[in-house]
Design a protein around this ligand. Structure first.
Ligand code: BTN
Length: 317
């Protein structure tokens, strides 16, 4: 078994053959049997000076982290639990684009390797409309970025993704209606190593685009093209209130543009619930009450505002 020891290389015992992805900056890929959290491990290595391009993949996490301080769980060997260490020389306004680059790369990998094309639920969940559930959307993956700051820029960003790949048919009751895995959609097991390789190849291209000002527009267009949220009627649960409206676009920094009655409200952070047609009247304030159910894996809502990062602190977002 492997446990995470901040900065300690000896703690990483590769259990898979993938060591590097040729032609990319991901030249140091460590695949371990178990750790606490791949994000936590890479943040520790980032603080210890590890260069950009280190990737950590775990078969199992004992303390997997989701957004908003939630726990991320998955059966051993059933998911891709992967984090990448990046050191982008960009301002904090590009935080959303960093997570989106990983989410878009995962979408492409799912399509290439498994023939499944998920949608992107704002800000960075992969969702699939499941035929067996009358087309209801279920969560396939979630992305969590955590950063170390140097003033108003990033010293390091660790972007982690949990992607449900080969899960048992019977999911725990608390997530049975909310989560899905690739094998549920393909009818057979999916090669996790091929998925990881495809994801990192795609991320190399998108990350390079993100670093170049004229490449960012292409990323935004791709985000809009695969968005499962754009144009939808949604309920947005914020820390202090709820809004119901129609998503009419995204701000340059990734915030949601929500049309509520005749106003457009910019929402940097919130839990988005896609409404099915006829399930709520758009424009009306939703009744106060509990936000969407929060499964342990596969369906957590969105992250805190990346712009609220305090200098020098690690940030979940
Ligand atoms: C979410 O809440 O939707 C984001 C979940 C992110 C989970 C992944 S699994 C790999 C990486 N390590 C962690 O501890 N969390 C992320």
């Amino acid at each position: 078994m492997v446990s995470s020891v901040p900065g300690g290389d000896a703690s990483f015992t590769p259990s898979g053959p993938l060591r590097a992805v040729p032609g990319t900056r991901f030249a140091d890929v460590r695949w371990v049997a178990e750790t606490g959290s791949t994000n936590a491990d890479l943040l520790a290595l980032a603080t210890a000076g590890r260069p950009e391009g280190t990737v950590l993949v775990a078969d199992h996490q004992t303390a997997g982290r989701g957004r908003l301080g939630r726990v991320w769980t998955a059966p051993p060997g059933a998911s891709i639990l992967l984090s990448v260490l990046l050191r982008p020389d960009v301002g904090l306004e590009h935080a959303h684009a960093l997570t989106t680059a990983v989410a878009l790369s995962a979408i492409e990998a799912c399509e290439t390797v498994a023939g499944v094309r998920p949608g992107l639920k704002w800000p960075n969940d992969l969702v699939v409309a499941v035929p067996a559930a009358d087309g209801a959307e279920r969560k396939l993956a979630g992305v969590l970025a955590e950063s170390v700051l140097a003033g108003r820029r990033f010293a390091a960003v660790v972007v982690g993704i949990g992607l449900n790949v080969n899960w048992p048919d019977d999911l725990p009751p608390e997530i049975a209606d909310l989560a899905v895995a690739l094998n549920h959609l393909t009818g057979g097991p999916v090669d996790r190593q091929k998925l990881v390789t495809a994801l990192l190849v795609g991320l190399e291209r998108r990350y390079a685009a993100l670093l170049a000002p004229d490449g960012r527009m292409a990323l935004r267009r791709e985000e809009e093209a695969v968005s499962a949220t754009l144009g939808r009627d949604v309920r947005v649960v914020r820390s202090h209130d709820e809004l119901v409206g129609t998503v009419v676009g995204f701000e340059p920094d990734g915030a949601l543009r929500l049309e509520v009655d005749t106003d457009v409200v910019v929402v940097p952070v919130g839990d988005v619930i896609h409404l099915r047609p006829g399930s709520s009247s758009v424009g009306a304030a939703s009744p106060s009450g509990a936000p969407a159910p929060l499964p342990a894996s596969g369906g957590q809502p969105e992250d805190p505002d990346p712009r609220s990062i305090s200098a020098g602190k690690n940030h979940a977002g």
